[in-house]
Design a protein around this ligand. Sequence first.
Ligand code: SF4
Length: 340
Amino acid sequence: MLSTKLLKQVALNAGADIVAVGPTSRYEGCPTQMDIRYALPGCKSIIALGFKHFRGVFRGIEEGTFFTNYSSMGYASINSIRQPLTLKAICDWIEDQGYDSMPIPNHLGWTPNDLSGQVIGKEKVPRENFSKPAKEGYPHPNVAHHMRLGAVIAGLGEIGWSKMFLSKEFGPRQRIALLLTDAEFEYDPVVKPGTICDRCKLCAQNCTGNAIPFDDNDCITVTIDGHEIKWANIDYMKCSRYFCGASPKHNPFNITEEDRINFAEHVGKAQEYKLRTIYWYARALEGASGCIRACMRHLEETGRITSKFKSKFRRKPAWKLKDDTETELPNQDKEIENWE
Ligand code: SF4
């Protein structure tokens, strides 16, 4: 057994902001296609790392002055630079102790985990002609890594009503990486649901796309280590359009009729429209108005997280542009195809 204290010290020194470790046995009962134990057969532990967003990357969007810092120095810098470098240092340490380690950064598992196929039994499988199991009883390659549930299983925090991962340190203000290993540790407990999220529903109230339902019964439920975990049944079609800037009232680049059509495309298309991508990311123009900014304000102001600042995040009334055309956005009901 390796030292949990030493592991955490190595992870923090390497650049993670928070770290927790849990046993992969907490995946028991999970659908095969999402059971991370198939990714590294024989693994015993799952390590979750949180990389905080600087609160200031949201300031420009919050006050209507600067819109690409969150996407570039938040999303892109964490996913593409901080996570791979930090994971390498931790994997080096684990493998130096004689154990396998598999790093899983946030942006690893999109296309190879294409689960847009059919439901077989209770399980969703990859689309037709995408892959087949290498052996009877195995999942289709690749198994899907549910990053947020992986972090819950490791004991890093909980999933809020918004479906955002919330930590006791930063609330929704971080991105997650995972690491699998056959080394064993003393484990962190699963954070009891409701420790951080108090169901204030400010995330739903402040989402510019109304993608988060208010109704307590409109939710997804999973059970982990005996804890029933529920989160809102998010409307991803709305989410994918509005976080890219589909609302002309919340996107100062959305001015013409052509803009209205193109910013209302789904993620993958809208992100390439008008504003150039920066380090492959330039789409989160809405700045997570409900699921990050409103939630963060609430958790800071109510003292439900430990992160402290000298001033409140919202220091001016929220801005909103005038938009006289109250018609439905184009593409609203179009099916999302070719998710990336
Ligand atoms: S805004 Fe409130 S209800 Fe929504 S996730 Fe945050 S704490 Fe939970």
